[in-house]
Write a protein that binds this ligand. Structure first.
Ligand code: BGC
Length: 365
């Protein structure tokens, strides 16, 4: 009898433990996650938003996904609404990394953890985690591509003309993209191998970082990039001067450069142009030989990592990170997960983009 009683007791204990486990999951299940994206204008953010929504819903969460039309007050009020609607975790790709301090103080007050998505949110101690790509490495890949394509290491007395363009000054990522690329290219500028005819260059500061005001593009806008490059081309290249390379930090700015070249470049030698994102429109340009490379950042992987972070926060466990030293947002290091970027060219895009199911051949035709 005693034996049976002990057995029944053991079964009851196991059953109650299981019930506890289920209760934890049940508590997290159905909770609301706020996902704030900067704009629908750029292809990638649509994919990011869709991936996040799908994967979070598959994990059992409800999702409030909002796009802010690249307008900072809109993003702030969307986040305020998410907080008011009772979201339990916020995932934010900031339009301007420095403009969310006040609304995030409200999140902190309400005990809502914040994950910075792709772009670091600066100067706010409400940011708990950061999920992004290895942004420095994105720039290094762009710089290395130009270095190899022009064979700069063996240039001898030869000189090459280069122009520069990066993204929005309020996006902390440009500091990694641009400075990462310059970590490869600066020595060729110093040696006189790379020359910038427009003189529109970022100036290197004492700490080695760059002041990018001259080469920045508000909102990463294609139109603004095109206007600036039409100006450069008509002022410095109208006599047929050859442009050998353009360091462009992403595809939307590269696209502006390509439009300007189509309108106003007369030399037969087409420049080597870098980019990032592997947007469909740009991949068509790349396949047509108008852009040399892009950097592929698989938004499916970023969403996957971010959903793991959300899930861990909901369940009170440790979110997975792989970097605890690179990203200081002004209040200290933010524990980060960095996904790997991949250089994409006309030679490898099929295996990277089509074979992986990211695009179909038809998308790129
Ligand atoms: C992202 C890039 C994107 C750019 C413009 C950056 O913060 O990392 O992938 O091209 O913003 O939206």
């Amino acid at each position: 009898m005693k034996k049976y009683l002990a057995l029944i007791l053991a079964i009851l204990m196991v059953a109650s433990l299981c019930a506890c486990g289920q209760q934890d999951d049940a508590t997290a299940e159905g909770e609301l996650v706020g996902v704030s994206m900067p704009t629908k204008d750029l292809q990638r953010w649509n994919q990011d938003g869709d991936n996040m929504k799908t994967q979070l819903e598959e994990a059992g969460y409800q999702v409030d996904l909002q796009y802010a039309a690249n307008d900072i007050p809109t993003q702030v009020s969307q986040i305020e609404n998410m907080i008011a609607n009772g979201c339990k975790v916020l995932v934010i790709a900031a339009i301007d990394g420095d403009s969310l301090g006040t609304v995030l103080a409200q999140a902190k007050e309400a005990g809502i953890p914040v994950i910075a998505y792709d772009r670091l949110i600066m100067n706010s101690d409400a940011v708990s985690y950061y999920a992004t790509f290895d942004n420095w490495n994105v720039g290094v890949k762009q710089g290395e591509y130009i270095e190899t394509a022009l064979d700069l290491a063996n240039a001898g007395d030869k000189t090459f003309n280069i122009e520069f363009i990066t993204g929005d000054p309020g996006d902390n990522n440009i500091n990694f993209f641009f400075d990462g690329a310059m970590s490869v290219l600066q020595k060729y500028i110093d040696a006189g191998t790379l020359v910038c005819p427009s003189g529109q260059m970022a100036t290197q500061k004492e700490d080695g970082s760059y002041d990018k005001a001259t080469v920045a593009t508000a909102n990463w806008a294609t139109d603004a990039a095109q206007a600036r490059f039409e100006n450069i081309l008509s002022s410095y290249y109208a006599d047929g001067t050859q442009l050998d390379a353009v360091l462009a930090s992403n595809d939307s700015t590269a696209c502006g450069v390509e439009n300007a070249l189509a309108a106003a470049y007369t030399n037969d030698v087409y420049p080597v142009i870098t980019g990032q994102d592997c947007d469909i429109a740009i991949m068509k340009n790349l396949i047509a030989g108008k852009q040399a490379m892009s950097v592929f950042k698989d938004t499916r992987t970023l969403a996957e990592q971010t959903v793991k972070m959300v899930d861990a926060l909901m369940k009170g466990t440790e979110p997975p990170v792989n970097d605890n030293e690179t990203y200081d947002n002004g209040t200290g290091i933010i524990p980060s997960f960095l996904c790997e970027p991949v250089a994409c060219t006309a030679d490898n895009y099929v295996s990277i983009l089509v074979d992986s199911g990211y695009y179909t051949e038809a998308d790129l035709a």
